[in-house]
Write a protein that binds this ligand. Structure first.
Ligand code: PAF
Length: 292
């Protein structure tokens, strides 16, 4: 695996791959890698060669009181993991390379960026969309891979790709979980042993919602009640939001009649965790498929 630190060099390497008619896959990350990230690489390797990954802890997507300075930076271990997973090129820019002095252009995906995560983390999606557009412009991949744990993020990136006519197909990959159901996240590293045990409550709440749906419930309020009851019974958990939303607009829905998410954001102490259950009606039968 070759490590590239400058935009010029990264563009040149990607240009060369395109000149050889190769299919470029791209996995952007902020590092602190876990099996969810390596699953994205594995998926990319099925479709593409070369696979390019990036590690960049993007300052523009953190609020002033958020964890930018303490976000785990484990570059050596990450580099080993990406290399072992079969990444061909690792793009590892400094912040001044991505945001040189005088930088002043930002991307906002309107509407979608204001809800849920955007409401709790003002400016977050502006930072995400801006850095992802920059990375996609630099690498110009055929496919870019994102995890469904950040469902709103990937919806916003897909909207941006469509609105701005990007030549990259955005691929959404399944959530990877610990054996006890906790969704993998770099922020899980912040949890104390006690918080880590309690953090399974997100998965337990979504599993209960799934059982309620399987029993025929389609009413969002009823599902929210089931979810909240479980979350609120956990003394270490503080609910930020627990909502049933349309998978396209991320607006609340009253009934499940089209693709929807049950989305959660929950504080475990100071650590904010998110998770979701994706629901898709099958034909006209009223049956649902579940992606947890
Ligand atoms: O999901 C992430 O790790 C980040 O938000 C991303 C997409 C790499 C942009 O910084």
């Amino acid at each position: 695996m070759e490590t590239i630190r400058t935009i010029d060099w990264m563009k040149q390497a990607a240009r060369q791959a395109r000149a050889e008619s190769r299919i470029i896959g791209f996995v952007p990350t902020m590092g602190a890698l876990h099996a969810g990230h390596t699953a994205l690489v594995q998926r990319a390797k099925q479709d593409c060669s070369p696979v390019i990954a990036s590690i960049f802890v993007n300052p523009k997507q953190f609020g002033p009181k958020e964890d930018f300075t303490k976000y785990p930076r484990t570059i050596e271990a990450d580099s080993g993991k990406f290399s072992a997973a079969g990444v061909d090129l690792l793009f590892l820019p400094e912040a001044t390379e991505i945001y040189p002095a005088g930088f002043g252009s930002y991307v906002t995906v309107e509407g979608l960026s204001d809800r849920l995560e955007g409401r709790s983390r003002p400016g977050h999606f502006r930072g995400v969309a801006t850095v992802v557009l920059k990375l996609l412009e630099i690498v110009q991949p055929d496919f870019a891979y994102f995890g469904r744990k950040d469902a709103q993020q990937v919806r916003i990136i897909s909207q941006m790709a469509r609105d701005l006519n990007l030549d990259t197909e955005i691929v959404v990959c399944p959530i990877v979980r610990e054996p006890d159901g906790l969704a993998l996240s770099s922020r899980n590293a912040y949890l104390s042993a006690e918080e880590r045990r309690a953090a399974t409550v997100l998965h337990r709440a979504l599993t209960a919602a799934k059982a309620e749906l399987a029993a025929g419930t389609r009413d969002s309020l009823r599902l929210q009640t089931v979810i909240r009851k479980i979350l609120e019974a956990e003394p270490l958990a503080a609910v930020d939001y627990a909502e049933i939303v349309d998978a396209d607009t991320f607006e609340p829905v009253a009934r499940i009649a089209r693709p929807c998410y049950a989305v959660l954001a929950v504080f475990m102490g100071k650590t904010r965790l998110i998770d979701n259950l994706y629901l898709e009606p099958v034909g006209d039968s009223g049956e649902l498929t579940y992606h947890l």
